[in-house]
Structure formats: C-alpha cells, structure tokens
Design a binder for this molecule. Structure first.
Ligand code: AMP
Length: 219
C-alpha cells in the first residue's frame, strides 16, 4: 500500500503516519523530518534550507524530488510507504507520477484552522532526540523534559504564531490544486482529523478497510 498524506501543518500528520505505518508494516517518509535532520547536520546548503524552513516557506521542488527519489529506492519502501509532507505542489505530484511512483491512496486529513492553530501553539520537540510532544494532548511525564533522553523540549523554530499563520495560508493556497490532482484520479480518501490521534488513526484504518472491501465487491 503506497499512500500520500495531505493535511495542514499541525494536523498530526507525523504522529498518525507513524502509527498507521507501524500497523501496516510499511515505511514512513517525512520530508520535513528528513530536512530538519539535514539542517541539524549543517553545511551551506542546509543553512539556506533552514532559513526557508524557519520562515515557513517551501524548499525548491528539485531538492525535494531528489531526496524523496533517493529515499523511495531504499528497500524498506518495497512493501509500501506513507509519504508525509510531499507532494506539496502540483509540480511535485506530477514529478512523482513521471518517476513512475504508483500511489494507491491520497489521504486527506481534514482539520479546522482554529484547531490547527491551538495544536501548533502547544507543540514541542525534544532538542536532543527530536521526539514529538504536545503540551495539551501528549505532554512529557516530567514538565519541560523529554521522556526518552531527558533533554529539554522546545517549540520548533517554525511554530511561532507568525509562521503558523503563514504556513496555514500557504497550505490552503498550495494544497487545493494537489487535492484536486488526486481527486481527479479518484485516489482521494478524506478523513476527519479534528479529534484525538487515536480516533483519527482508527478512522484512517476503517476508511482503508472499507475501500479494501469495496474493491473486492463484484462490479
Ligand atoms: P513539515 O514538517 O512537513 O511541516 O515540513 C517542514 C518544512 O520543511 C516546510 O515548512 C518546508 O519548508 C519544508 N518542506 C517539507 N516538505 C516539503 C515539500 N514537499 N516541498 C517543499 N518544502 C517542504
């Protein structure tokens, strides 16, 4: 099962994709995570990428396609994958298609803007190991410290209120054509993602099971 995951920043894409990927035993590929790791490693190109990311701006398609193509060629993607955070533009969606990457479903997480803003303001990551937390829904056991490595947890540089507003505006502007791209190809599977990660993951599993059953019905 090859899936693309579309949803606004703060929809819980990372948490949900990790959950569903583990249940289906497929790879979870997050372009945002790969890029943050590259920025942490440093270098001139990484510095430039980091600047764009802090402003909430998209990185060049060519760079994204290069890292995704390289990642998809690794053997853990052979049984399937969830591509989280890519494609963000129609050009990226077209390029994936041109590369011969077959996609079974484009999962669309639907969340209201006010819910997204509330969630992102409460979002934290560990400065040491990068583990994700949310002060409202997934706080660490010890205030301010990572459960795993006990380093301080901090807000992501691109989760400032100003950047959140920018990223939401950009999401609506960029995502609509990508959503239409997959809707026209009858691959779109919308899922309501306003509630807890557990409930949304259950809705995702149920939607896939329903699609699977429908595919097996005689036509
Ligand atoms: P995310 O963790 O998916 O919210 O991504 C964090 C940041 O990485 C985004 O705000 C962009 O700057 C960059 N990024 C991630 N995926 C892409 C993509 N497919 N195309 C362009 N930029 C991306």
């Amino acid at each position: 099962m090859n899936m693309i995951l579309i949803g606004p920043p703060g929809a819980g894409k990372g948490t949900l994709a990790a959950h569903v990927a583990a249940a289906w035993d497929i790879a979870h590929i997050s372009t945002g995570e790969m890029l943050r790791a590259a920025v942490k490693r440093g270098g001139t190109a990484a510095e430039q990428a980091g600047r764009l990311m802090r402003k909430g701006l998209l990185l060049p398609d060519a760079l994204i396609l290069r890292i995704v193509q390289e990642r998809l060629s690794q053997h853990d993607c052979a049984e399937g994958f969830i591509l989280d955070g890519m494609p963000r533009t129609v050009a990226q969606a077209q390029a994936l298609e041109a590369m011969g990457v077959s996609i079974d479903k484009a999962i669309l997480l639907m969340v209201a803007d006010d819910v997204v803003i509330r969630r992102m303001t409460a979002r934290r990551i560990c400065a040491g190991c990068g583990a994700g937390y949310n002060l409202d829904s997934m706080p660490p056991k010890k205030e301010g410290l990572c459960d795993i490595c006990h380093e301080p947890i901090i807000a992501r540089a691109d989760d400032s209120p100003e950047t959140i507003a920018n990223r939401l505006k950009l999401y609506h502007h960029e995502a609509e054509p990508v959503i239409d791209f997959y809707r026209h190809r009858k691959m779109l599977l919308p899922i309501i993602a306003d509630s807890t990660p557990q409930e949304t993951a259950a809705a995702w599993h149920a939607a896939l099971a329903a699609e699977h059953a429908a595919d097996r019905m005689p036509h």
